[in-house]
Design a protein around this ligand. Structure first.
Ligand code: FE
Length: 345
């Protein structure tokens, strides 16, 4: 009798085990698709790690923010995309306005991401922060010469400023943030005076602006903080030299704060794999992934339990604009038009 019972339990055990194995097999088929504008290697490592931990594989489709948004719009309900990841809150705001995203209710996302770095309607969530700072050559500029973005429009900076094109989303969001804070006429004056001080017609990416300062083409540049980290730890010796020679200055500390933007993620309106997609969103906001963003890509983590990379910490704390990043989307179009009208190529 006892033997029979034991045999029965063993049989049950085996069938439970095979059900588990079957379950794992099915998990292997779980996959989500993410449309990503981000061009950083460390993201793929995070997706691989997520797959290892959850069994959900991540298909990544990369293109520019505008291409991805257009594609989502054209594909409509046929889209494969579950998630949209863009290095600019303004573009996520545009996707939201085009009704390409849906709200996500997640206690974990709310807990891990401060309110100003999430959409007011929960359609997108910031994952990493970057400050848009002034970078200068200490041989030609003293720190006491610097104060605000606006001050770079003054005559002492004539022919000394470089920054990339106005078609770039980082710049559009920076000007959008100013439109959210100031009257339009104030921002227009600033843009017009800044353009008047350009050392050259805008060309190249953020790193190229720092390199132009290094080469003596200009004395100050405006760029995102993580590029200083990427150059400091670059395999290219010239980039290391640039990062070591130049200094970072956080503008507007006594006024409106330094402009901060986020890379942010949203669940698409027609996502087919909602639960797994939200699982990835929560993973990316968690401490482990936030540590990777901080240490492999030199971005500021949004999760306040995670510390910034030591290079970023060495620059000290700074006051960021006190602005809900939802505003970047609200003023994005106005910013692009204004920059164009004021001759920012
Ligand atoms: Fe970038």
């Amino acid at each position: 009798m006892k033997k029979l019972l034991l045999l029965g339990l063993m049989t049950l055990g085996i069938s439970v085990l095979s059900a588990c194995t079957l379950g794992t097999g099915n998990d292997g088929d779980r996959s989500i698709t993410i449309y990503s504008e981000r061009h950083y290697e460390s993201d793929q490592n995070l997706f691989d790690q997520f797959e290892e931990e959850t069994g959900v594989s991540v298909n990544v489709v990369k293109a520019s923010a505008d291409e991805l948004i257009t594609r989502l719009e054209q594909e409509g309900s046929d889209t494969e995309a579950d998630l949209l990841l863009i290095a600019d809150a303004g573009r996520l705001g545009r996707a939201k306005d085009m009704n390409l995203l849906q709200a996500v209710e997640s206690a974990l996302l709310e807990e891990r991401i401060p309110e100003i770095y999430r959409d007011i309607d929960d359609t997108w969530f910031g994952l990493t922060k970057r400050a848009r700072v002034i970078v200068y050559h200490p041989d030609r500029v003293s720190e006491s010469d610097l104060s605000t973005y606006e001050a770079l429009g003054e005559s002492m900076w004539e022919n000394r400023v470089v920054i990339r094109s106005s078609t770039n989303i980082y710049n559009q969001s920076m000007i959008a943030s100013m439109l959210a804070i100031h009257e339009e006429a104030y921002v227009r004056d600033f843009v017009s005076s800044l353009v008047g001080n350009f050392a050259r017609s805008p060309e190249g990416n953020d790193r190229d602006q720092a390199k132009a300062v290094m080469a003596g083409l200009a004395d100050v540049a405006i760029l995102n903080t993580y590029y200083m980290g990427k150059m400091a730890y670059s395999s290219d010796p010239f980039e290391v030299e640039v990062a070591e020679a130049l200094r970072v200055f956080f503008p507007n500390q006594e006024t409106t704060g330094t402009h901060v933007n986020v890379s942010a993620i949203g669940l698409t309106k027609h996502a087919k794999n909602v639960d797994d997609a939200i699982l990835l969103m929560e993973y990316l906001a968690g401490e482990e992934a936030q540590g990777v963003f901080a240490n492999a890509n030199y971005e500021y983590p949004v999760n306040e339990n995670v510390e910034a990379h030591e290079l970023l910490s060495s620059w000290g704390d700074f006051v960021a604009q006190d602005l809900s990043l939802t505003q970047l989307g609200v003023y994005a179009n106005e910013a692009a038009i204004l920059m164009d009208e004021e001759g920012w190529e």
